[in-house]
Write a protein that binds this ligand. Structure first.
Ligand code: ATP
Ligand code: MG
Length: 394
């Protein structure tokens, strides 16, 4: 069946009162963006609290649906057949043909729901529903009407043309990106942080990202993996400005000066400080990490407190209460899993101690950091100044 239009349903943004148009406009922008790289000509417009994508010429149905399913803020995607208004008798024939093609098995229940957006149409919506329902019943002896819980609800909208749809493909949910500011994602090559970025972005938040690498201890390929992950996340979140920070000298200096069982915590504190610096520069309103309570030594409640201690911005940890398997499930759903499990070294794993502290004391950690006072400011400045910025998903 050839669909000429997609009717896009949105949820939460419907309740935003007079700010509603801001949300709708953001949604229209994101829908346009999602279809930018799809072959075909797509006209996205809003009309009477609905968003439509009119497809001109040839296009790949699966591809369009795939792209629309990544737009936060959409709860349903309805493929629509557009019919010219050539009188009611012709409409009956067309709707019967539509049912026949889309539902080869007629052992189903249905109802027709009509909307008359064009008030000059000679029948009212009740009459349209009733008469089309009758035509369908006449055409297919096995089919039955169920007005309360039909298997299929056939929606008929009378506009300049007539729109017929009955399928609703679930959308991504959430809020349109750009309606809730921006945050800085600490993005590693692991499974968790891309999922964390996805989850915060789902609430309408745009993303920037910071990745710490430690050449030559970490390879170019490990960095490319993070760029690839940022690219997958950007399909949902929109463009991501990825800050690649050379962390080697800071790590070596910490390794040289501080107790080895505290390395990971101290290193993570410097990561947060640097990420926050770029976050401020970018106008971000918070940091995002993929941390989850108890997952590793650096994510016990005490470790999280010690890491959090250096941040002045809110740190969003959307995976905080998730088990690993739950995180894996999301990463598979959003398409980051296969990339995340590629085996490349991570800067954190290179300098880890055999027995890291699991209950760090913030005061003790602060005192250990005093041992870095001679050179750390200089090293931080160098790390910040030598940042490489990669625009991902533009
Ligand atoms: P992930 O799967 O996201 O790598 P993880 O389970 O390996 O997480 P940690 O290595 O303890 O956990 O890191 C916790 C969080 O710190 C990560 O989710 C990420 O947000 C951030 N992080 C860790 N390493 C880096 C890095 N090299 N660059 C940027 N952020 C990092
Ligand atoms: Mg990691």
């Amino acid at each position: 069946m050839r669909f000429h239009t997609f009717l896009l349903k949105y949820g939460e943004i419907g309740i935003k009162g007079k700010n509603r148009y801001l949300f709708e406009d953001a949604l229209v922008r994101q829908v346009r963006r999602s279809l930018r790289d799809v072959d075909g000509e797509f006209v996205v417009h809003k009309s009477q609290a609905r968003i439509y994508v009119d497809c001109e010429g040839d296009y790949d149905y699966e591809e369009v649906v795939e792209h629309l399913k990544r737009v936060f803020g959409l709860v349903g995607i309805c493929p629509v057949v557009r019919m010219e208004d050539q009188g009611f008798e012709k409409l009956k024939e067309d709707v019967v043909a539509y049912m026949d093609e889309l539902y080869p098995d007629k052992n189903i229940t249905f109802k027709v729901e009509s909307r008359r957006a064009k008030k000059s149409y000679p029948k009212n919506s009740m009459e349209i529903s009733r008469d089309l329902g009758e035509a369908i019943l006449d055409a297919f002896p096995e089919i039955r009407v169920d007005v309360h819980h039909p298997d299929v609800q056939v929606n008929v909208e009378i506009r300049n043309e007539i729109y017929v749809y009955s399928q609703i493909i679930p959308g991504a949910g959430g809020m349109p990106v750009g309606t809730n500011g921006k945050a800085m994602l600490l993005l590693s090559g692991g499974i968790d942080s891309p999922v964390a970025g996805y989850m915060i972005s789902k609430r309408g938040v745009g993303l920037s990202a910071t990745y710490f690498h430690a050449p030559p201890y970490t390879s170019e390929r490990a960095k490319q993996k993070v760029v690839d992950l940022a690219k997958i996340v950007s399909r949902y979140s929109g463009p991501v400005r990825l800050h690649v920070v050379n962390f080697t000298d800071i790590q070596l200096y910490i390794y040289d000066k501080c107790p080895h069982d505290e390395l990971t915590i101290i290193m993570r504190r410097y990561m947060m400080r640097i990420a926050e610096h770029f976050a401020k520069e970018e106008g971000c309103l918070g940091l995002i990490t993929g941390e989850s309570i108890g997952q590793v030594a650096s994510q016990t409640m005490q470790s999280l407190a010690a890491t959090n201690d250096v941040c002045t911005m809110p740190v969003y940890r959307p995976l905080i209460g998730y088990d690993k398997q739950e995180i894996v499930n999301i990463s598979e759903k959003i398409g980051t899993f296969e990339t995340s499990i590629q085996p490349f070294e991570d800067c954190c794993t290179i300098f880890v101690a055999k027995h890291p502290v699991t209950k760090p004391n913030v005061e003790v950690i602060r005192r250990s950091e005093e041992r870095l006072s001679e050179k750390i400011d200089q090293l931080l400045r160098e790390a910040v100044e030598s940042v490489e910025i990669i625009e991902v998903g533009e």
